[in-house]
Design a protein. Structure first.
Length: 499
């Protein structure tokens, strides 16, 4: 019935329908299609019900055009057999109560009145302030506990290093589907019922207001703490600077290739043995002691295997690759040879970034990588990431950087993650358009609801309008709500005065 009613409404309104918002049209159709609706004589009932709405919305120019439209509607509805025969009029023996026979839920609820709270005394205000500060301290303590738990969990995880043979522990997983997951910190829900698919080779920019949980999401991913992340997927989250010690910056990067380092160490050891065996003066017994029973042939054979493997894993070009990454991040040749302990935190962060780029994990997670970089390094990193062959997620507030390096945007808002195709500018435009439409739909929905509510309130106790009021109540119920546009609040810092 509603379908035919909708066709009739569009037919009668014609071009006028183009200027009407969808919720208003839906409302008109619902009211007129209601089986209890009374069109009255020459569409008088329709005029009463939707006349004001048609005039207010600008669909008709004045009341006389409105009457003619309502008349036509009544006529057409009648022709399509959509008008019910008028019930015989009878006088009421007893007063009619509007809510009789209605479900409790259908009874329109009155909005709770907003009451102004009592004015706080200075003492109460101080008390509240103290309570607030106490809560803050508790939140900070809970957050520190969360960080400690994360650290402990990370320490128990396998070290992310260069994996020359691909995934030996299972088939290579390309896309990652994380479904219906929740993340909360210190009792605060950051992501509720989140679902994300990360396609292999795409570059994601993770954006959202401060404090919404971007870093925490990356941490959970790095710990494989979200269902749907394959165990054999190597995820590296560049979060902390490298620990400073006597290792040179270059060696620190090279050490992430554990197999290469081990093969070189074994080679050095075997070559030393070979030299010992070649010394003429050594007795057979002392030679045996040195080599643990391995003869010269076995050593030569093992060395051959080592050289083949080193060749296979590109071990000889690794140093120049590592050096070029460090150079890109503004380390001069002299700096690359310096022990990591001689660098500041910012520069050690760059070494951590260089290590991650050198490892090339299946999934790279970068949190504000440009924060520690100079312009030259930022430009170099942009070029490097554009060509990155695998998947990465980067959190950054640098618009130009995001525009250059990402192919998709992950937006964390309202405890949900949404994916948008395209760079940051495209995301911003799409989002603006979406918000505008949502706001428009919200306002139009509110307008229609308010209009219906006014009618209901006005004629609630009017027995003659009972059926109209009922149909409005039903229509109001069917109409539903459009969400209002709500932005996540910015994280606010407060520096309390000491007690
Ligand atoms: N130092 C802190 N003390 C207490 N709670 C914190 C602290 N840092 C973060 N949190 C809590 O964890 C939530 C998520 O923080 P997280 O760092 O993951 O957000 P974010 O989106 O990465 O923010 P930002 O962009 O500011 O880094 C915060 O809203 C806050 O509730």
């Amino acid at each position: 019935m509603t379908e035919v009613a909708s066709t009739v409404v569009y037919e009668v309104l014609g071009r006028r329908a183009q200027d009407l918002d969808q919720p208003i049209i839906d409302y008109i159709v619902n009211v007129l299609a209601d089986e209890d609706f009374d069109f009255g004589v020459e569409g008088e009932g329709a005029f009463d019900a939707i006349g004001e709405l048609l005039v207010d919305s600008g669909c008709v120019t004045d009341h006389s055009e409105c009457r003619s439209v309502c008349n036509k509607l009544s006529d057409k509805f009648g022709k399509h057999g959509l008008v019910k025969a008028k019930p015989t009029v009878r006088s009421l023996a007893a007063p009619l109560r509007m809510y009789d026979g209605m479900d409790e839920e259908e009874v329109p609820k009155k909005k709770p009145e907003v009451m102004d709270g009592p004015v706080l005394s200075e003492r109460d205000r101080m008390k509240l302030e103290r309570r607030k500060r106490k809560d803050e301290r508790q939140r900070e303590a809970e957050y520190q506990m969360h960080l400690a738990e994360m650290e402990a969990a990370k320490a128990g995880m396998p070290v992310v290093c260069i994996n020359h043979d691909g995934n030996v522990s299972g088939p290579v997983v390309k896309d990652i589907h994380m479904e219906n997951f929740n993340i909360s910190v210190g009792g605060r829900d950051l992501i509720v019922d989140g679902s994300v698919t990360l396609s292999f080779g795409r570059h994601y920019g993770l954006v959202g207001r401060n404090g919404t949980g971007k870093t925490t999401f990356l941490r959970y991913m790095a710990m494989h703490a979200i269902a749907g992340i394959p165990k054999n997927c190597q995820i590296l989250h560049v979060e902390q600077e490298v620990v400073g010690d006597d290792t040179s910056a270059l060696q620190c990067v090279l050490n992430t290739d554990i197999e290469r380092t081990q093969l070189f160490e074994e080679e050095i050891h075997l070559l030393a043995l070979q030299r010992e065996l070649d010394i003429d003066g050594a007795t057979e017994n002392s030679k045996e002691e040195l080599t643990g029973g391995i003869d010269k042939n076995a050593i030569a054979q093992r060395l051959e295997e080592i050289y083949k493997r080193l060749e296979f894993i590109d071990a000889y070009s690794a140093e120049s690759r590592a050096a070029s990454i460090l150079a890109g991040l503004s380390f001069s040749t002299e700096m690359q040879k310096r022990p990591t302990k001689t660098f500041s935190g910012g520069w050690r962060m760059r070494i951590a970034l260089a290590r991650a780029l050198f490892i090339e994990p299946d999934m790279l997670l970068l949190d504000e990588p440009t924060n520690h970089l100079d312009l030259h390094a930022v430009l170099w990193l942009e070029t490097y990431l554009v060509k990155w062959p695998k998947t990465f997620i980067v959190v950054s507030h640098a618009r130009e950087f995001l525009n250059t390096v990402v192919t998709d945007i992950l937006h964390l808002q309202g405890q949900k993650l949404t994916t948008y195709k395209g760079n940051y500018d495209i995301f911003e435009r799409t989002r603006e358009e979406q918000l505008k439409n949502q706001q428009k739909a919200f306002e139009s929905n509110e307008r229609s609801r308010a209009h219906m509510q006014t009618f209901i309130d006005k004629f609630r106790y009017n027995a003659k309008r009972a059926s109209l009021v009922q149909s409005r109540i039903k229509a109001l119920d069917r109409m539903g709500y459009v969400d209002e546009v709500i932005n996540d609040p910015d994280y606010k810092f407060e520096f309390p005065t000491p007690d």
